[in-house]
Design a binder for this molecule. Structure first.
Ligand code: OXD
Ligand code: MN
Length: 594
């Protein structure tokens, strides 16, 4: 095999992998467009990809996964640390030595008759001091094509890495897509990921959840930085100053919509602009000026398709019009384009559903055309509101951390923590109703600390401690302020009280003003809250009244008492690594809502 690098650690690892997997061919991904295009052509011949209408959707493709392989599988995701305690009570754990052996037995010989693709990739701008490098081997062109959108791939990455051993080893083998033998395993101590028997994005694009969150969160804990499940958004005011916030929401809670928010008319006309730096993951580190700086380690968006339309998220929709891979959406056979529920009110009548079975949107209304977790993989550069700082290797300075989830009755529209530690407390007890992004029941409330529950690569209480430790290194005047938002509060009739989408900028404006010390707040039992008149409702006449806003900002002590009991139970389930500071915050909450 011709080598693209002389890095001895990479070459030794590849020798071992090749001997185990027995590929017929080996292809290094160089990052050149011609190579990537040729691979996609090849995948079209085998049916792995379907080339879409090149006039309407240039360089776009459709892919269908196996019907039993449509979402991340948390029950089959493992953190393989030397001891179970290191993985903590929220992670599935297996012994590393035994797991390597089991996975090797599953994967052995599985590349026979197939090609091994070697993908060198960078998470973050190549060469950025905040970036990190991985090598993924895979037997899937779909994976290669997606990785080439979601990360920076190719020869340049190897040049930057040189002979360093600081890279993440990723093995992906499709095998037979057997759900009983599906394993997504992380080995934080070894910088290694091993994924078998899946072909679905979140399980096989190893740079994303596996590396940029699970492995990176562990690296970050060891190295004094943070890897978080957070979008990064820039808000430019009419004076031309831009402030950045990072926000964490559990999966499919409107995060991509918030990341690509379009200001309401009144804001636009005044000159407000919103820029997307990232929609899913933030890597955050203290900069030379003592502030926290964040990069988006990804290079594209792996967004949920259903519900994306020219009202909910015109920027996301525009982003998918070129160079995009659609997974498990509906295929409109009349014009060879794609469709999903919530795109428009005109489902195609001559289509294949996401499984490839003929579908007529006019009559087949009892089954969806697109899988609820169908996705687009779209290049960040397509995004009309992409931040000019997207490629900045130093990242952007962060003014606020925002946590949010779906809570119909409990959490107010927005509140601010009293200080850093209280903010960590708020993040640590984040909770939301489950959605279709992960397999399992939909609509159940679950605790999702920092929206990281499926992604913390080590013990949860220790992760909370790391957040507290980061706070200790920061000058309180420079530390991001921490907030909680809830776009999903419902009235007694079950209607959403807040319009959401672009109007969320009204809440972000208050948040920025708080960070800049430009607006007062009222202290409540749960933290600082806006005076209702400080949230700008101009242009929302008829939709939100000052009274309904007051209702959204109310704190029902009885519900919060129940919440405190729920938090206590949750903390107990996490064991004795939950830091005392957080137990103290819980005691304060209990006293305040007595
Ligand atoms: C995702 C998620 O981003 O599930 O796909 O969080
Ligand atoms: Mn996510």
């Amino acid at each position: 095999m011709e080598r693209l690098t002389t890095n001895p650690t990479i070459n030794a690892w590849l020798d071992e992998r090749i001997a185990l997997l027995c590929p017929d061919n080996i292809v290094w991904i160089t990052g050149e467009k011609a190579q990537l295009d040729a691979l996609k052509e090849e995948a079209c011949k085998t049916g792995e990809l379907i080339k879409l209408n090149q006039e309407l959707l240039p360089e776009c493709y459709l892919h269908r996964t196996a019907v039993n392989d449509v979402a991340r599988v948390e029950a089959r995701t493992f953190i393989c640390t030397p001891t179970k305690e290191e993985a903590g009570p929220l992670n599935n754990w297996m012994d590393p030595t035994e797991t390597y052996k089991m996975l090797d037995d599953i994967a052995r010989g599985s590349y026979k008759g197939r090609t091994m693709y070697i993908i060198p990739y960078s998470m973050g701008p190549i060469g950025s001091p905040l970036a990190k490098i991985g090598i993924e081997i895979t037997d899937s062109i779909y994976v290669v094509s997606n990785m080439a959108i979601m990360t920076r791939v190719g020869t340049k990455v190897l040049e930057v890495l040189g002979d360093s051993d600081d890279w993440v080893r990723g093995t992906h083998c499709k095998c037979d897509i057997d759900p009983e033998k599906r394993y997504i395993c992380q080995f934080p101590q070894d910088n290694a990921i091993y994924s078998v028997n899946s072909g679905y994005g979140g399980n096989v694009l190893l740079g994303k959840k596996c590396f940029a969150l699970r492995i990176a969160s562990y690296q970050a804990m060891k190295e004094g930085w943070q890897a978080e499940h957070m979008l990064i958004l820039g808000i430019e005011n009419p004076q031309g100053e831009t402030k950045y916030v990072c926000a964490a929401f559990p999966s499919a809670c409107g995060k991509t919509n918030l990341a690509m928010l379009i200001p309401p008319e009144g804001y636009k006309s005044k000159g407000y602009k919103v820029f997307t730096v990232g929609d899913d993951i933030s890597w955050i580190r203290k900069g030379p000026d003592g502030r926290l700086y964040a990069i988006n380690p990804e290079n594209g968006f792996f967004g949920v398709a259903p519900g994306t339309n020219d009202k909910s998220n015109p920027n996301a929709l525009a982003t998918t019009k070129r160079g995009t891979i659609f997974t498990n959406v509906c295929h409109n056979l009349d014009n060879n384009t794609v469709w999903w529920e919530g795109l428009d009110k005109n489902p195609p009548t001559n289509a294949n559903d996401w499984t490839g079975i003929p579908w007529n949107g006019a009559v087949d209304t009892d089954r969806p055309g697109a899988n609820p977790n169908s996705r687009f993989t779209a290049p960040a550069v397509n995004c009309p509101c992409l931040s000019p700082e997207f490629e900045n290797p130093q990242g952007v300075p962060i003014s606020a951390f925002i946590f949010g989830g779906r809570r119909a009755k409990l959490a107010p529209l927005v509140y601010q923590s009293r200080d850093w530690n209280h903010g960590v407390f708020i993040g640590s007890v984040l909770s939301s109703e489950t959605t279709a992004a992960a397999t399992g029941a939909v609509g159940v409330v679950r605790r999702d600390p920092m929206a990281m529950r499926p992604f913390i690569g080590y013990d949860c209480g220790t992760y909370f401690q790391h957040w507290l430790d980061i706070g200790k290194t920061l000058d309180p005047n420079k530390a991001p302020k921490i907030f909680n938002v809830n776009w999903f509060r419902k009235d007694d009739e079950g209607h959403f009280m807040w319009p959401g989408f672009g109007d969320n900028l009204r809440v972000l404006e208050w948040i920025i003003k708080r960070c800049e010390g430009e607006v007062d707040a009222v202290e409540t039992p749960i933290g600082f809250m806006p005076k209702p008149e400080d949230i700008n409702l101009e242009g929302l006449e008829g939709e939100v009244t000052l009274d309904s806003l007051k209702a959204m900002l109310s704190v029902d002590k009885d519900l919060w008492k129940e919440e405190a009991a729920g938090i206590e139970e949750f903390y107990q389930s996490l064991g004795n690594t939950v830091p005392k500071e957080l137990h103290d915050c819980l005691e304060t909450l209990k006293n305040n809502v007595q």
